[in-house]
Design a protein around this ligand. Structure first.
Ligand code: BGC
Length: 717
């Protein structure tokens, strides 16, 4: 909310600023900061990535690490992991750590969180994003933004909007209809602004309906400023601006880029010249500066409260503990036949831990989400730490990962390379031959080790060679011949515990034979410990999928034909039918549905009751933990329209959820709420949501395909 006193203060500052000084404030002056105006006490703005912690420092004018040794920081679970907790408080805790560490490292704006919709499983940056469902995003992003900003640091929610593929990300034209934008792709951003009080937002690289997002007047001025009343800062993605006049006239405030020719940025000299010649107005520039100064005021960088700006801190014990708590809550138990898990923490025999991901550090990859992690506990380390010296833990990598992974080459460079060039860079001449040999050797060693062990834990999956900025995956297959290895291990030891550590779902040909399956997204510095705690029952798993795990790509409407990964134009022909909205409506067989996740206990749902006052609805039910251990259950409320109208609507949509803790034997009441917007669709002509009268089935469940209680109500306008 604007405040009269600060607006006056800001206006007086603007009157004192020269044209040159104002221009210096609206574009990068180093790769991650703008120019200060020292004579008026206006500091430069310091940005840093996000979202998995505060990124390592960069050189001022060269796209490379500054090679510092004092920029190691807390490495947080990725947004997919945070969303898997289905716990808004967990998102808040991670927001607080991120904000406090960013401030502690002297930053003003943390370029996080990423909240683009997971439209297909292939997008290289899905691990940085939360969900395929806008309601999950809304409920997680709001506390995260608020908690970041409590630390006098701005969150910068990214990338606005419809940035769901990496292929040709700078140029691709994404064609999406108005209704789909407002129902699927915008809600997270809108909630961050309207409920979270967001201070800054980042425009996306892609074009949306013909216009580049960072310079689209319709998107930035029309949607953000006019429709949603946003008065914070709009920052371009790095290199997302391609024209001075468009950037000046759209509501963009700050242009950032990856090159060091700072005076040549579109909002630098050329902007100044166009203002001097009268082609562009100085008032337009003042508006940008006003938004920047308003954010600085809110962050206590300027103004009367300057002295009370928080100092932040990084690498504290509290931060490490918070990342452990959230990592533990993020692990998802997907299969557990014959109660194979949890394993006995007092086990004294021979344990084989197989799979390179058991011993891989992920913090240093992924693109702009890379980190200098203070430390990262791998799964192997976590298991050894938990078991101590009485068990014999032996490790074999099982599969060979080429040394020169994509993630180790500059992401800027790789995003411009063709697939052939990439492969050549990765493999080098000799490595390709060596690779085959090592692959065979690793496979044989692993199978032999499994044979000679009492318990086998396989930890495979993906890494930031696949979950990476600038590049989408070509398919959903597990790399490095893992399928063959897992099948061999399951033949040798049918009780093999299978763990996937990855940022996006994979095909699992061996799934019918695996009795157990545990999923962990990149879970931060304590990820390996959290995983071990779940495997050995120190923690009862409570993670749930915030995206559907398809069997394979053939079920995904977003990658059929020509509408994903194309270079020039991508049409979102599936409209609002994204994720489970499509899969559940069309009953596509999936490996694991949206919202799914098991526990070491059982929960029973009963006593549904509905109170209705027009479009305000309260849904209550009882949940009982009928098992022998305490746990956490996520109760999900879906709304299913009973009649077919003119509009295509999904068979049901998630509208509310709550996570509760239950002791063994305990029963608790859960109350979930619905409002008018939950029974509305966006009408592009009226430019607003309109109520869709009719009968609705309210479905309470433990997952989108595990509905336990239901009741039908009538909604009238
Ligand atoms: C990414 C952004 C990131 C920025 C700065 C861009 O390439 O898309 O997410 O914040 O670089 O590193």
């Amino acid at each position: 909310m604007k405040n009269e006193v600060s607006e006056k203060y800001i206006d007086s500052l603007i009157l004192s600023l020269s044209l040159e000084e104002k221009i210096g404030m609206v574009h990068g002056n180093t790769l991650f900061s703008t120019k200060a105006v020292e004579r008026l006490g206006i500091p430069s703005l310091h940005f840093s990535d996000g979202p998995m912690g505060v990124r390592l420092e960069f050189a001022d004018n060269y796209w490379h690490s500054a090679n510092n040794h004092d920029d190691y920081a807390s490495y947080l679970p990725c947004n997919s992991a945070i969303a898997s907790t289905w716990n808004p408080k967990a998102a808040g805790h991670m927001g607080n750590v991120l904000g406090e560490e960013a401030r502690g490292r002297g930053k003003d704006v943390i370029l996080a969180p990423g909240i683009n919709i997971k439209r297909s499983p292939l997008c290289g940056r899905n691990f940085e994003y939360m969900s395929e469902d806008p309601r999950v995003i809304e409920k997680m992003v709001v506390p995260m933004v608020q908690e970041i900003q409590k630390n006098d640091v701005a969150a910068c929610v990214k990338h606005f909007a419809a940035n769901s593929q990496e292929t040709e990300r700078l140029w691709v034209d994404t064609i999406v209809d108005e209704r789909t934008l407002h129902e699927i792709y915008y809600p997270g951003f809108r909630a961050a602004i309207k409920e979270g009080g967001l201070y800054s937002i980042m425009g996306a690289y892609n074009r949306l309906n013909g216009e580049h997002c960072c310079t689209s007047k319709a998107l930035l001025d029309g949607v953000l400023r006019k429709q949603w009343g946003y008065d914070g800062v709009i920052v371009s993605d790095w290199g997302g601006v391609h024209d001075t006049t468009l950037a000046a006239e759209a509501a963009l405030d700050v242009e950032m880029d990856v090159g060091a020719d700072f005076d040549e940025y579109y909002l630098a000299n050329s902007y100044k010249e166009k203002i001097i010649s009268g082609e562009l107005s100085e008032e337009g520039l003042n508006e940008k500066v006003r938004n920047i100064l308003r954010m600085m005021y809110r962050l206590k960088m300027i103004g009367p409260q300057k002295e009370s700006r928080k100092a932040g801190r990084f690498n504290t014990k509290e931060h490490q503990n918070a990342t452990l708590d959230v990592a533990r809550e993020s692990v998802i138990l997907l299969k557990n036949e014959e109660h194979l898990l949890p394993l006995n923490p007092g086990f004294r025999g021979r344990i084989a831990v197989i799979g390179a991901n058991a011993a891989t550090i992920h913090a240093n990859g992924g693109g702009s989400a890379e980190m200098h992690a203070l430390y990262e506990i791998t799964p192997l380390m976590g298991i050894r730490m938990l078991l101590g010296g009485n068990a014999q833990v032996r490790y074999a990598p099982g599969y060979y990962v080429p040394k020169k992974q994509r993630a180790e080459i500059s992401w800027q460079a790789t995003s411009t390379m063709s697939e052939e060039e990439l492969q050549a860079t990765e493999n080098g001449g000799h490595e390709a031959a060596g690779q085959k040999h090592l692959q065979k050797q690793y496979y044989e060693e692993a199978v032999a080790l499994a044979k000679d062990s009492d318990i086998v834990i396989y930890v495979g999956g993906l890494n930031h060679g696949y979950d990476v900025e600038g590049l989408d995956r070509a398919d959903m297959k597990l790399p490095y011949e893992q399928d063959k290895l897992i099948e061999a291990l399951l033949r040798e030891k049918p009780d093999t515990i299978v763990v996937m550590y990855a940022g996006s779902p994979v095909e699992m040909s061996w799934l019918p034979d695996a009795k157990s399956l545990v999923w962990s997204y990149y879970a931060g510095m304590e990820g390996g410990k959290a995983l071990a705690d779940v495997l050995f029952g120190i923690v009862n798993p409570s993670g749930r999928l915030s995206e559907t795990f398809l069997k394979n790509l053939s079920g995904c409407p977003a990658v059929q034909g020509v509408n994903f990964g194309r270079k020039d134009k991508v049409e979102y022909t599936e409209g609002v039918m994204v994720g489970y909205r499509y899969y559940d409506t069309h009953e596509i067989p999936v490996n694991f549905c949206f919202g799914y996740g098991l526990s070491y206990t059982e929960y029973v749902y009963s006593n549904l009751s509905v109170e209705q006052d027009g479009t305000d609805v309260r849904v209550r039910c009882l949940v009982t933990n009928t098992g022998a251990v305490a746990g956490m259950e996520t109760v999900q409320l879906y709304v299913a329209p009973k009649e077919k109208g003119k509009l295509i609507r999904p068979c049901h949509e998630l509208k509310d959820f709550a996570k509760i803790h239950l002791e063994a034997g305990e029963t608790r009441e859960v109350v979930l709420t619905l409002q008018k917007k939950d029974f509305s669709c966006y009408d592009a002509e009226r430019k607003d949501f309109v109520l869709m009268s009719g009968n609705y089935e309210l479905q309470i469940g433990a997952a989108s395909r595990d509905i336990r209680l239901k009741e039908t109500i009538q909604i009238t306008g």
